[in-house]
Design a protein around this ligand. Structure first.
Ligand code: PEP
Ligand code: MN
Length: 349
């Protein structure tokens, strides 16, 4: 069951609900969103139904949610979640473009890519310092030096950033450099990492696991939300199928399904899904048309020399045309583009 508090509910109102639930032998998980607080109840639902929770001050509604995820379920919130990062909104009424290098390799490579994606009209920068590679011999990222370069990309462009965090031990460090923390596909079910990130009040991008169902993906998001962090952006990045022509198969249906099942925003990664640079443009357009809340694409000044994922990176010269065409489709489907933010102060502001 989920208790949705009124927008103006006080801490005492919340505490009263928690106490009533705990007195009845249940557990209450409080999740404070920007607009309102939601309390997820775990335990004997029949006992909760008998409690006079709906009549307590500050309570808007009490709902039974027969799903394995509750706080991220659409029923738990009347309004879709808006994640606002450094003045850029990721939500259902805008379209946000995230772009940049898959991996930060050198200062020059990263800054060249950052300047180009800014000029092309992207809103948020991507760039990884830690890479989860299939081969232990492949480039693993520059670690802390990569984070420092990410901070330079941010300072020079004024754009907020997203970068991957691979392990619990790095969460604090990565959070001190990047606006959004990303959980990669290979870590979607690293529940300890999800719990740790959930304790921060920091936007999180949760990529879909390589072979995860939509329900498993939403349950992973629930791990984050249960810790009190609802600023979650889901990212569909393709799933493994029998088709070897693409790196993964972009599950385009996941976007409207997520919108029906959850209040969280969902974006598409046209790079890691197709795995081929020539697919980035058409998949980006498909993402806008299907109603995604944004895209995240790999951009590299010299993809042929990239240390990671070169075949799927578009060049710094190509990104402008892709964004221009994304804008055309967005207009055609009546979706305004997000506003770009120019001046940032500190990470997480
Ligand atoms: C990435 O975005 O760089 C990445 C590693 O993607 P994924 O986790 O989806 O494979
Ligand atoms: Mn990559």
């Amino acid at each position: 069951m989920v208790v949705v508090m009124q927008p103006g509910a006080s801490e005492e109102d919340v505490a009263r609900v928690v106490e009533m639930v705990e007195d009845a032998g249940g557990e209450a998980f409080v999740s404070r969103g920007k607009a309102r607080t939601i309390i997820g109840l775990v335990g004997d639902t029949e006992r909760f139904v008998a409690l006079p929770i709906a009549g307590l001050p500050g309570v808007e509604s009490v709902m039974r949610i027969g799903k394995p995820y509750k706080l991220v379920a659409r029923e738990a919130k009347t309004e879709p979640t808006e994640v606002i990062v450094g003045g850029v909104k990721i939500s259902r009424d805008t379209f946000t473009v995230i772009a940049g290098p898959c991996a930060i390799e050198t200062e020059e490579q990263a800054l060249t890519a950052a300047r180009a994606v800014k000029a092309a009209g992207a809103h948020i920068l991507r760039g990884d310092a830690y890479k989860h590679r299939t081969s232990p011999y492949a480039f693993q990222g520059l670690a802390k030096r990569g984070l420092e370069i990410l901070a330079e990309m941010r300072a020079e462009t004024g754009m907020p950033t997203v970068t991957e965090v691979l392990q619990v031990e790095d969460v604090e460090l990565v959070a001190s450099y990047s606006d959004i923390l990303r959980v990669g596909a290979r870590n979607m079910q690293n529940f300890e990492l999800l719990k740790e990130i959930g304790k921060l009040h920091r936007p999180v991008m949760l990529k879909r696991g390589l072979a995860s169902t939509i329900e498993e993906w939403l349950q992973a998001a629930e791990y984050i939300a249960r810790q009190g962090n609802q600023e979650i952006i889901l990212c569909e990045r393709g799933i493994r199928t029998y088709e070897p022509m693409t790196r993964n198969t972009l599950d385009i249906s996941a976007v409207p399904l997520i919108h029906n099942l959850s209040h969280l925003p969902v974006i598409v990664d046209p790079s890691h899904s197709g795995g081929k640079k020539e697919l980035v443009h058409p998949l980006s357009l498909a993402a806008v048309a299907v109603g995604a809340d944004g895209i995240m694409m790999d951009v590299h000044p010299k993809p042929e020399a990239a240390l990671c994922d070169g075949p799927q990176a578009v060049t710094t010269d190509e990104v402008g045309q892709i964004i221009a065409d994304v804008i055309k489709v967005a207009r055609a489907v009546g979706r305004p583009m997000a506003e770009a933010k120019q001046n940032l102060q500190v990470a997480g502001d």
